[in-house]
Design a protein around this ligand. Structure first.
Ligand SMILES: Nc1ncnc2c1ncn2[C@@H]1O[C@H](COP(=O)(O)OP(=O)(O)OP(=O)(O)O)[C@@H](O)[C@H]1O
Length: 226
């Protein structure tokens, strides 16, 4: 479970201060498929980065599975992220000189997984996301949707409990975006992975089983859909 308690994050630029999150509280249960929506600048990325242990909070507390991540130091956060969290980005963030297989397998190499298991798990997850037969292709030889599938495989291969996705469909046409959403939903159901994704897109919000709306750094609605 993720517990966000009265979390605030301010950005100081010169003389001015942007209050990106204002006393936000939120509890997310294991296995949720949750969308964070809201207009540009409402704080979606800031909230995802704080839950993802990428950024530091100014006030409040975040705990994940009972561990207070908000008070961890940099090294502890890096290790926690590596073990427990997967990330999917709007721009895929793949390594261009690596093949689909290598983009996914290197994550396991960082976790000291034995070589035979790396191979087995990488082939398995690439098949799961619909990329069987494309393992040796570099990202530039794949479509945007296929590149995002690699990113989903890369996030899932270490079997994290939580996947955070910042605008995962923003660079895709609506049909491909919908396919990516369906794939994420299927992975959520199959593996019980918690998915938290941000979006502007109404179609994407429709897939969420819970929709949290932000406005000016505050939660203005929190609605369960099923
Ligand atoms: N590094 C930063 N320095 C200064 N201000 C920042 C920084 N990051 C975000 N902000 C400001 O904090 C507020 C929230 O930004 P955030 O990126 O979290 O919003 P968002 O809802 O994800 O927006 P978008 O949909 O445009 O990505 C905005 O006013 C933004 O300008």
């Amino acid at each position: 479970m993720i517990k966000v308690q009265k979390v605030s994050r301010n950005y100081k630029t010169g003389e001015s201060v942007v209050r990106a999150l204002r006393q936000v509280s939120l509890e997310i249960q294991d296995g949720e498929f949750l969308s964070i929506a809201g207009p540009s600048g409402s704080g979606k990325t800031t909230l995802l980065n704080l839950i993802g242990c990428i950024d530091a909070i100014d006030d409040g507390e975040i705990s994940i599975n009972g561990q207070k991540v908000s008070t961890m130091n940099k090294e502890e956060k890096t290790s926690f992220r590596r073990q427990n969290l997967g990330f999917i980005f709007q721009t895929y963030n793949l390594i261009p000189v690596l093949s689909a297989y290598e983009n996914v397998s290197f994550v396991l190499s960082l976790l000291d997984v034995p070589e035979a298991e790396v191979r087995q798990r990488t082939y398995e997850i690439l098949k799961e996301v619909g990329l069987e037969g494309m393992e040796n292709r570099r990202p530039s030889r794949l479509s945007g949707g296929q590149q995002q599938r690699i990113a989903i495989a890369r996030a899932l291969v270490k079997r994290p409990q939580i996947i955070l996705a910042d605008e995962p469909t923003a660079n895709l046409d609506s049909k491909t975006g919908e396919e990516i959403l369906k794939l994420m939903k299927r992975m959520n159901e199959k593996f019980g992975t918690t998915f938290i994704f941000s979006t502007h897109d109404k179609m994407v919000m429709e897939y969420a089983s819970r929709l949290v709306q932000l406005h000016d750094g505050s939660i203005v609605s929190d609605e369960r859909r099923q």
